[in-house]
Design a protein around this ligand. Structure first.
Ligand code: GAL
Length: 662
């Protein structure tokens, strides 16, 4: 019911912020831009339930009817990410508490503890009221539960729920003490009641405690989502249900685990770089989202949806950067190329007030006579022309990402504060992207058929099952590339003894004796001419050959990159973070040995190529990220311009083409 064959285009629509006189214009403009899906009501709780149990649905009735009459479908949201002021006043014990024990107050959004029974009850009540009233409304295409699950709390409700969760996970206290290594610093627990959440403490906290708290929150938030989902599903089993993922290692959500619980993986993506980094991040997020969707649905194509993005700006850490003309289209189609069933935005119309009053919108403050709205209209038309695109993204490389490894590398007490699983993933993904290799991102344990190269980017936590999964892949002839710290610790973040990386050392034919972390701006030279940053190590070889060595410094002449023939396969190890060019050269060598080829070997540097293939055909997306015209040898029909291409696609600076290939 959700997928009606069209690509989705639209975004968050907040009619509750506007007088009804604006609604008719909204719908006319949406039709003009070919908007076909809007998320409604995502922060409308106080307008839907102004007092406990008293509902005001009249305005939403009217809005949904208007949208339906305009042919615009609705992702109806449950508004539970922002409880109304009356809720906070009535249930001060459900307000969130920081690690320092400070109780936060109303005044923003997400002011609740998702482990507090009063919050859960109120959330279910409003979700149930919406389900009763709208589950069969003809405008509805999708339920959108909550907004960006990701909050943490340290209140007493949380502590109790955490203890119950720990008892379920570990069985008894002896197992917990073992997993957390509590003999260190006299932390041995003799009663469950002694365990609190990892609150602010005197010095370094226990890594096992911190890691389990993240896992607990992922499961607790998932339980809150499931309660709403089950209630919505009971009201109309035919309507699909999703929730929008927010990205980042600070989010206590294991998105891969959640993917099996949603009918559609939906992701919000806001790049933070203004240069080509924004395109690199876009590619990374598209590959991540598709990996979650494939994991959850076992559908090899892994359809997902870009639920939010910013129409007109990029939010950098310091300022809002206005997107250059054409960039909205490029970013949107880059997500579509990677499996998104459309492009959705935050938000439809820019509000006059409220915390996000200067956030960009499809209809900006100035109104529809604006560049952004004109570009939105062009995007709506482009998306309509791409409806036929389907199938699996071509990828010969599998990159492994694991939420827990990301969390564990943010713990205090590690040998360097610059260790970061997501950054390491981004670095290798970026190198693959620039060299034109298609890449799937997957969680440990997913099927590896068809991949010629498996990459573990600082996959710090490797349990025995994952170690065996990697070993079997290599034994069967696969190529493995592991970067530093992969497999150093087990699933409880306990270091595997006997030479790092304990989980992989036999496969790699070497072991690491000592770490030599680098200072922030340090760079280490390699004898092959390249350089590395962040990390170096002293390796002891037990069968691996040296591919590159350190040049200068304490590790002068010692191995930096190694390769080991292991059974029918090959295992490479990289003991530093290669700089961009070094990584490119290394990957050229690794992919050559592994037999991985670029998606479009004739594409010039700076032109991104993504190919989708199904039983019905193949489609080639080409993005010119340079400021010069470019030419790519190809044949087919350009769907965006409906013109045949006989020999080569000519792309203007910043141009995009989508070819149905012959
Ligand atoms: C998202 C959020 C939206 C809006 C947006 C601003 O994370 O879901 O509600 O706040 O950020 O970029």
């Amino acid at each position: 019911m959700f997928d009606d064959g069209r690509l989705c285009f639209g975004g968050d629509y907040n009619p509750e912020q506007w007088p009804p006189s604006v609604w008719a214009e909204d719908i006319a403009l949406m039709r003009q831009a070919r908007v076909n899906l809007v998320t409604v009501g995502v922060f409308a709780w106080s307008r839907l339930e102004p007092a406990p149990g008293r509902y005001t649905f009249d305005w939403l009735d009217e809005v949904l009817d208007l949208l339906h009459a305009g042919g615009i479908r609705v992702a109806l949201a449950t508004p539970t990410a922002s409880p109304p002021p009356w809720f906070s006043v009535a249930h001060p014990g459900a307000l969130p508490v920081t690690p320092e024990g400070v109780r936060l107050h109303h005044g923003s959004r997400d002011t609740y503890c998702a482990a507090a029974p009063a919050y859960r009850a109120a959330a279910l009540r409003i979700a149930g009221a919406l389900a009763d009233r709208y589950a069969h409304h003809p405008a509805l295409a999708l339920w959108h539960v909550h907004n960006e699950y990701g909050t943490i709390c340290h209140c007493e409700h949380t502590a109790q729920a955490f203890r119950r969760w720990l008892a379920d996970r570990h069985g008894d206290l002896a197992a917990l003490n073992e997993a957390w290594c509590t003999s260190f610093w006299s932390q041995h627990y003799s009663d469950w009641a002694q365990i609190s959440t990892p609150r602010a403490t005197q010095y370094l906290a226990n890594p096992g405690h911190l890691l389990d708290f993240r896992r607990f929150w992922s499961d607790t938030l998932l339980a809150a989502y499931r309660e709403q989902r089950d209630l919505l599903r009971a009201a109309n089993p035919a309507l699909p249900i999703t929730t929008n993922y927010v990205l980042g290692d600070w989010v206590p959500v294991d998105h891969a685990r959640w993917a099996g619980e949603v009918d559609l993986v939906a992701v919000d993506h806001y790049p933070s770089a203004v240069d080509i980094g924004a395109e690199e991040q876009t590619a990374l997020v598209g590959d991540l989202a598709r990996g979650w969707a494939r994991h959850g649905s076992r559908d090899p194509a892994g359809a997902w949806l870009l639920m939010e993005s910013a129409p007109g700006h990029i939010q950098t850490p310091g300022r809002m950067h206005t997107k250059e003309p054409g960039r909205m289209l490029r970013h949107s189609l880059a997500h579509v190329a990677r499996g998104s069933r459309g492009a959705m935005f935050f938000q439809w119309r820019a509000p006059a007030g409220g915390a996000e009053r200067f956030h960009s919108a499809l209809v900006p403050h100035v109104g529809s006579d604006s560049r952004v709205f004109r570009e939105a209209t062009e995007l709506g038309a482009a998306l309509q022309q791409l409806a036929e695109v389907e199938g699996r993204v071509e990828a010969g490389v599998a990159l492994v990402v694991d939420a827990a490894s990301g969390w564990a590398l943010h713990h205090p007490g590690l040998p360097s504060p610059r260790l970061d699983h997501r950054q390491e993933t981004a670095a290798v993904h970026r190198a693959l992207w620039h060299a034109g290799y298609g890449c799937d991102i997957l969680p440990p344990g997913d099927p590896l058929d068809g991949y010629r190269l498996l990459i573990l980017p600082a996959l710090y936590l490797i349990d025995d099952t994952t170690a065996e999964w990697v070993r079997e892949y290599v034994a069967a002839g696969g190529h493995l590339l592991a970067t530093y710290l992969s497999g150093v610790a087990d699933e409880h973040a306990r270091v595997r003894l006997g030479g790092y990386p304990g989980a992989l050392r036999d496969l790699l034919g070497m072991w690491v004796e000592e770490f030599h972390p680098l200072a922030e701006h340090d760079q280490v030279r390699l004898r092959g001419g390249g350089s590395g940053r962040i990390w170096t190590e002293s390796l002891r070889l037990t069968g691996a050959e040296v591919i590159d060595s350190y040049a200068g410094g304490v590790l002068d002449g010692r191995p930096a990159v190694t390769r080991h023939r292991a059974e029918a396969g090959t295992a490479w190890y990289v003991s530093t973070r290669p700089d961009a060019d070094t990584y490119r050269r290394l990957l050229d060598e690794v992919t050559r040995c592994a037999g991985v080829t670029p998606v479009c070997p004739g594409a010039p540097a700076g032109v991104e190529a993504v190919r989708r293939r199904s039983a019905h055909g193949s489609w080639l997306f080409l993005f010119n990220h340079t400021d010069l015209p470019q030419q790519v040898p190809a044949r087919g029909t350009d769907l965006l311009t409906a013109t045949p291409v006989d020999e080569a696609v000519r792309l203007p600076p910043g141009g995009v083409a989508v070819l149905r290939e012959h």
